[in-house]
Write a protein that binds this ligand. Structure first.
Ligand code: ADE
Length: 228
């Protein structure tokens, strides 16, 4: 799968994705990442990318012509792809959206900054763009959102996780609650033991205990999920 990220801060995106599982997925060719500096399409000698908002107000707005030029350059070089624009006003990202994105061959992420991108940019793309938020809080820009989405989508791609990982029962899988607590060695740590049932070797009992833990935790921490 190919990801292209359009950003004013390429180094914010490149470095984190070169480590760990996503770094390995790139080395193995399961994930291809292109990071593109929007400023290269800025206007004039100063490579201006933003301006003050029409109608007044604080902050700066990214220019639609600049962002559209940056997108056109990626499209010309790597094909059209589905466009995802990160804004706090977007549709909330969740596991289901990650699964849907994982079926695409090519995603192009546009990271807004400041007060976001001139609304005409998204409007001009019609059905080709989805505006996405990673949660009900405001970030300084879309870069961290792009990292979150790339991570969540990449781990769903065939071969990216080892077998041991991919077999994992996951929180947010359809119809599931939050994951049960996990334990490993040492068996006794500073007076803290491990629940006896996990040492019993009785797999039916272990599964029942984990289901109960899952249910209790979901009701306590995420009553909104428990109701679904
Ligand atoms: N840009 C600023 N805040 C954001 C959020 N919560 N999600 C996605 N992009 C953003």
């Amino acid at each position: 799968m190919r990801f292209d990220v359009l950003t004013l801060f390429p180094e914010m995106v490149r470095a984190p994705l070169s480590a760990s599982i996503i770094g390995r997925a790139q080395a193995a060719g399961q994930v291809t990442l292109g990071v593109h500096d929007i400023r290269e399409h800025g206007i004039g000698r100063h490579r201006t990318v933003d301006d003050t908002p029409y109608g007044g107000g604080s902050g700066m707005v990214m220019r639609c012509d600049v962002v559209a030029d940056a997108l056109a350059a990626v499209t010309t070089a790597h094909g059209p792809g589905k466009v995802v624009l990160f804004e706090p006003s977007g549709r909330p990202f969740d596991q289901r959206m990650a699964e849907r994105f994982a079926t695409e061959a090519h995603l192009v992420f546009v990271c807004g900054h400041y007060e976001g991108v001139d609304a005409r940019f998204a409007a001009s793309l019609g059905d080709r763009v989805e505006v996405v938020s990673i949660g009900d809080f405001v970030l300084t820009g879309g870069e961290y959102a792009a990292l979150v989405v790339i991570d969540a989508v990449s781990r769903l791609l065939p071969g990216v996780l080892g077998n041991a990982d991919s077999a994992r029962v996951e929180s947010f899988a359809p119809g599931r609650g939050l994951e049960f607590p996990q334990y490993t060695r040492p068996r006794d740590w500073e007076g803290w033991g491990v629940p006896e049932v996990l040492l019993s070797g009785n797999h039916a009992k272990i599964e029942a205990w984990r289901d109960a833990q899952s249910e209790e935790r979901t009701a306590r921490v995420r009553p909104d999920l428990a109701r679904r």
